[in-house]
Design a protein around this ligand. Sequence first.
Ligand code: ATP
Ligand code: MG
Length: 322
Amino acid sequence: MIAPDKLGPTLCIGELLVEIVACEPGTGFTEPLHLLGPFPSGAPAIFSDQCARMGSHSAMVGAVGQDDFGRVCIERLAKDGVDVSAIAEIPDLPTGTAFVRYRPDGDRDFVFNMWTSAAGRLSWTPTVEQAASCSGHLHVMGTLLSNPAVWPLIDRAADMIKDRGGSISFDPNARKELRLDAQTQIRFDALLAKTDVLLPSGEELMAAAKAGSESAAIKALFSLGIQEVVVKRGADGATAYTSHGDKFVQPAFAVDEVDPTGAGDCFGGAYVAARRLGADVETALCYGAAAGARNVAFRGPMEGAGTRVELNHFITENRLRI
Ligand code: ATP
Ligand code: MG
């Protein structure tokens, strides 16, 4: 069962960074460009921000430098209601950065400084322990399964939160690494066994379950004890399956996509927030789809994260792509 909001915040552990986006599409960064930013970013930060904007308690564990970029991240999250008390400020390293340029075909080129920035200095401190000890839910980003600095924190927090009756959601986010190395696969399988809500993108579903079809994958995942599987399909919408045998299909909302970054994280943040606040699966799915669609209509990774009021408005104002 997904733990109710009153058990404590939804915790997300991982990277905070600022994103700087090239204004014109093209390839790479080998000539002077017009750039727009800094925008607060990082998948866990986007998730936490959307979760808080929905009105659910949300807390983040991460690390930034003592610089303007770090302040951009912390101030945005705090303004939107995220508990930032467990975000460390590292004195001698800069905040993480990602320069992003979209290619005409929608692919992206990046210049990253992430794990060599303050983000890589995450460690288990009394403040992190305090955050984990009062959280009611943990959301895990699969990209961090192979991260030697961050994974031990997630693993420890997962057990603490489960032990106090909390729940876990897991977004594999593993598209580029559908074939995991042996160690990561062991971690992946161990986490699946603790997961209550799985939020894969289309192609990650079968890889997660090592199954040949969507129905076989769903069956295999429910046999592990997972209760909800929500499959994200970009502009084709999303489908939620429950271990009670329900299936809900949610078409995407019709929007002009300006910047696809963050759709999956906003979707997850709104879905988990809605469920923890007591919404049924169908309603939470609609909020997830609205949050994902609203976010892609704004430039910047979390600029379109919506409050519950904004999402209600978005749902009534926008038609579905059917
Ligand atoms: P990413 O990891 O790239 O952020 P994801 O694969 O985890 O994305 P998506 O499926 O791309 O997640 O997006 C999540 C949800 O957001 C979709 O299921 C859909 O409801 C909504 N969404 C995403 N892109 C669009 C779009 N172009 N138009 C409308 N809705 C969208
Ligand atoms: Mg994703």
